[in-house]
Design a protein around this ligand. Structure first.
Ligand code: FPP
Length: 249
């Protein structure tokens, strides 16, 4: 059993790296409060959050996590002040441009879940280019939820199924979970084993509503920009201490 070795000065989580979750999903919350505590504008919190995303995504690849899904912008986040929305979009562009530049080094496969048509053309193009270039990489697949909502995803799937039924391709009375899953952004991706939400909020906020049915949840007060590798180890150790029964005994 491979155990994570304790570092001095802090109680370190013991992680068994041979029993990692296949798929981790993270709600990257707390950027605004992180900035406020430092007397900085909220956008500085998002910039720190984006930087931390890079650190955690790279680390997940390093330790062998197969799938990482992160919530970057929800269908409800458009309600934020226009300047904040535009700052987040600007950060995403900057991040993707940098990611494309260092892709050969990081070799992280990236995809996007959500209705990208609502984003400006430049950002849509960057998302598509990132997906295209990183398609051939092996290892961790990072799915970034952008203009994503779990209800919206299910509604789109319901519409698609209804169309298939009207076209006579599917029998409404015989629809299966697999039929619906084929229409989710996450088609082909296993359900998340572990959903992490930093920042002290204890809710799902429309994230992966279908997919998280049997996920283990890990909540912490730590704000996303401070969610370090060590915090991830704590989440992994908590996950490994749970008994997953999927409705069985
Ligand atoms: C939630 O914190 C964070 C967001 C709505 C935006 C997340 C965006 C990023 C981390 C930047 C770009 C992402 C990538 C993938 C490069 P909050 O603003 O709700 O924090 P608060 O609850 O403390 O106000």
């Amino acid at each position: 059993m491979a155990l994570f070795k304790r570092e001095p000065a802090q109680r370190q989580a013991q992680v068994d790296f041979s029993r990692l979750p296949r798929h981790i999903a993270i709600i990257m919350d707390g950027n605004g409060r992180w900035a406020k505590r430092r007397g900085l504008p909220r956008t500085a919190g998002h910039a720190a959050g984006a930087e931390n995303f890079r650190t955690i995504a790279t680390y997940c690849k390093e330790i062998g996590i197969e799938y990482l899904t992160v919530y970057a912008f929800s269908t409800e986040n458009w309600k934020r002040p226009a300047e904040e929305v535009s700052a987040i979009m600007g950060l995403l562009k900057k991040y993707l441009l940098e990611a494309i530049g260092r892709m050969e080094r990081d070799r992280v496969k990236m995809r996007f879940f959500g209705d990208l048509t609502a984003l400006d053309q430049e950002l849509q193009d960057l998302c598509r280019r990132t997906e295209e270039i990183s398609r051939r990489y092996e290892g961790c697949q990072v799915d970034i939820c952008l203009n994503y909502g779990g209800r919206d995803e299910l509604l789109q799937a319901a519409r698609a199924l209804a169309r298939d039924c009207v076209a006579g391709e599917l029998d409404p009375g015989a629809l299966t979970e697999a039929d619906l899953e084929r229409h989710l952004f996450s088609a082909g991706v296993p359900d998340p084993d572990l959903v992490i939400r930093p920042s002290g909020e204890i809710r799902l906020s429309n994230f992966l509503l279908w997919q998280a049915a049997y996920a283990e949840f890990y909540f912490t007060d730590v704000l996303w920009p401070d969610f370090s590798k060590e915090e991830l180890h704590r989440a992994l150790a908590a996950y490994q201490s749970r008994s997953r029964r999927f409705g069985g005994v």
